[in-house]
Design a binder for this molecule. Structure first.
Ligand code: ZN
Length: 344
């Protein structure tokens, strides 16, 4: 019987080894360990054994059963692992495949230009000031030395809401409001970015809505040379170190003297080309020394205080800087246009 048990064990282990799925293992278990299995068959012959032999054979039978059970369990674990690995391999992700790019938005080009200008001036100690887009006639015109029936009002054909209310035509009313808040005490150092509205017919260079940034610096002993130095810094920051500036006399009701600032043309280097219309210079902004009437109306002593102001259009700056030929591109929001400037 001992030999028979040994044979059973060896045969069982061999079959377990060669099984390659759980079904086969189950068959092996039933064949050797089941109620009608091989070991049970052997134990049926126990009656023929002597008292001394019975426990020995019983123990051996138990050992053989245990070994077979253990081998079955370990094979089962191995099969499960193999199945798992196979599954992982089949379902694994190929990380070398190119991904689908996510659609990432970005700030509008005008927003970027405005932020760039804000960064420069806040670095020079200016604060960003904002005000209402629906403005009173007083702040939009009168407080800026443009009384009713002043001919210069014609330069800014406006959207009136009532006799006294209009869509602001410039960001200058923010300057007037801020000056008033200071109650005659300097320094006032602000830049005012924002949307403005004029009754223009839209074309490549005109839009009924556009943006402006104005700057204002009022303190004791502010001079024209301070204005020129500030504008020079601005031109070089936005258009490059090699750019020269020039100031030409001009007229604005709220500044005296008034100037227009040009920068040297980058395309031709001053020789004259189609971009600068042959002059070698490109007009960028208007500026001047704050008119004493504007200071007095805001409660400042114009004998003690002086100041300068300047104003520019971020659209014009963006068009010159990035070679954009039509102002309407900024507002029609064609994503193909806007996307080109995500990296700038
Ligand atoms: Zn040129």
């Amino acid at each position: 019987m001992k030999e028979r048990l040994q044979e059973i064990k060896e045969e069982a282990l061999k079959q377990i080894q060669s099984s390659d799925d759980e079904k086969q293992l189950q068959d092996v278990r039933v064949y050797f360990l089941g109620k009608k299995g091989q070991i049970t068959e052997v134990l049926k012959g126990m009656g023929k054994l002597s008292k001394e032999e019975r426990p020995v054979i019983g123990q051996l039978a138990n050992e053989v059963r245990d070994e077979i059970t253990e081998a079955l369990e370990s094979k089962k674990t191995k099969l499960e692992q193999a199945a798992m690995e196979r599954q992982l391999k089949e379902e694994s992700i190929d990380v070398t495949l190119p991904g689908r790019p996510a659609q990432v938005g970005g700030p509008h080009l005008l927003r970027k230009v405005i932020r760039n200008i804000e960064d420069l001036f806040t670095g020079m100690g200016y604060q960003v000031a904002e005000g209402p887009e629906v403005e009173t006639d007083f702040y939009n015109f009168e407080s800026l030395n443009l009384p009713k029936n002043h001919p210069a009002r014609d330069m800014q054909d406006s959207f009136f809401i009532t006799e006294e209310l209009l869509m602001r035509t410039q960001t200058s009313p923010v300057q007037a409001r801020t000056l008033r808040k200071h109650e005659g005490k300097g320094p006032v150092k602000i830049i005012c970015p924002g949307k403005v509205y004029r009754r223009d017919t839209d074309d490549a260079t005109h839009s009924h809505q556009f943006t402006q940034i104005e700057g204002l610096y009022v303190d004791e002993n502010v001079r024209m040379s301070d204005l020129k130095g500030t504008l020079n810094e601005f031109a070089k920051h936005l258009f490059g170190e090699e750019r020269a500036i020039r100031l030409r006399p001009s007229f604005f009701p709220f500044t005296e003297p008034s100037v227009e600032m040009d920068i040297s043309c980058k395309i031709c280097g001053g020789e004259g080309c189609s971009v600068c219309k042959g002059s070698g210079w490109i007009e960028i902004l208007g500026a001047g020394m704050v008119h004493p009437n504007v200071l007095e109306m805001a409660g400042f002593d114009s004998e003690k205080y002086s100041g300068f102001a300047f104003g520019m259009g971020p659209e014009r700056i963006a068009m010159l800087k990035y070679g954009i030929e039509d102002i309407r591109h900024f507002y029609t929001n064609d994503v193909r246009f806007l996307k080109q400037f995500h990296g700038v």
